[in-house]
Design a protein around this ligand. Structure first.
Ligand code: SF4
Ligand SMILES: [Zn+2]
Ligand SMILES: [Zn+2]
Length: 311
């Protein structure tokens, strides 16, 4: 099959659009899509100090490659890659090596922060304590909440104005569906409203990869010579996310645009129903333990650690 844009041999056929891409046109397609996402959502300003959350996995390294390429045209933009070492039986060691290697290749400063230094406990130690205490929460809850707090605190320390994460289209569709299945869509809408606004002490989150399917990122990584991070977190297969991922992938074989439909209809819903004025109405307090911005009295990270008596 020939590429739909040039004479070269196609390497990828996109079923939703019926378009075939050669390697070069495919790379351009992914980069254009990220550029479009940044422009459409006004994700970055010309003088932003951007933290890129880079785990070392393919998604985050591809994000760093494309964003650093796009932002090279804006000399007042500062980029810093941050990797969080959760401390789980050496699982992140390879990721940190890859993150450092590609940060230096793309000319981005790289910093690593660990759960152990920040909280006094590794994720493994926290999960062991949680298990002994019969905690109802999945390890991913501790991991996600505690990781986000480190990013906000360390990002603020280096003067960051945005935190970019590499959530892709599959991640976003899974998150929306998971929240619906858990009956927790209100919390998702709340975080959507918070993340799209500016609050003192809270660094806005942006997701430049949110319209790129996971398989396109994998293909882009392959054609760009980005090492695939083979270590998989032991908890990734046990979660509700893993069940939802299988369901969506299966459904997608019959309805190719299902993931994009879920994400775009959720965004339409939030923007239309809430309206801009309501979006401004959320009031953030300061956590009475740590001072981080929160909608409650105590932030979620302090609440989780307090329940385990390790705050
Ligand atoms: S799968 Fe869960 S525990 Fe593992 S890195 Fe991801 S969020 Fe953390
Ligand atoms: Zn082509
Ligand atoms: Zn707190």
């Amino acid at each position: 099959m020939k590429c739909s844009f040039c004479d070269r041999q196609a390497v990828y056929f996109k079923r939703i659009s019926g378009v075939a891409y050669c390697k070069n046109c495919f790379i351009k397609h992914v980069e254009d899509r990220v550029r479009w996402t940044i422009n459409k959502g006004k994700l970055f300003d010309w003088n932003d100090n951007i933290v890129l959350a880079v785990s070392g996995g393919k998604d985050s390294v591809v994000m760093m490659k494309i964003v650093s390429k796009i932002e090279r045209n804006f000399p007042d933009v500062k980029l810093t890659a941050i990797t969080i070492d959760e401390g789980f039986n050496g699982y992140r060691v390879e990721g940190i090596r890859i993150a450092k290697k590609f940060s230096s290749m793309f000319g981005v400063e790289h910093l690593t922060f660990s759960f152990k230094d920040f909280y006094g406990y590794t994720l493994k130690e926290i999960i062991d304590i949680a298990e002994k205490k019969g905690s109802p929460y999945h390890p991913c809850t501790y991991c996600g909440v505690l990781r986000r707090k480190i990013l906000n605190v360390k990002g603020r320390e280096i003067g960051a104005t945005k935190i970019a994460t590499a959530h892709n289209l599959d991640d976003e569709a899974q998150t929306i569906l998971m929240n619906i299945l858990r009956g927790d869509i209100g919390r998702l809408i709340e975080s959507f409203r918070i993340e799209s606004q500016k609050y003192e002490g809270f660094i806005p989150r942006v997701k430049p990869m949110k319209y790129i399917p996971e398989k396109e990122i994998a293909l882009y990584a392959y054609y760009s010579g980005i090492d695939l991070y083979s270590n998989e977190c032991p908890f990734s297969k046990l979660s509700l996310r893993s069940e939802v991922r299988s369901f969506l992938n299966d459904y997608e074989t019959r309805h190719p645009d299902v993931k994009f439909s879920i994400v775009s209809s959720f965004e339409d819903f939030v923007n239309k129903i809430m309206g801009k004025e309501d979006l401004m109405k959320i009031k953030l307090n300061r956590c009475k333990h740590c001072g981080e911005p929160t909608t409650r009295e105590i932030c979620r990270a302090c609440e989780l650690l307090e329940d385990l008596k390790i705050l």
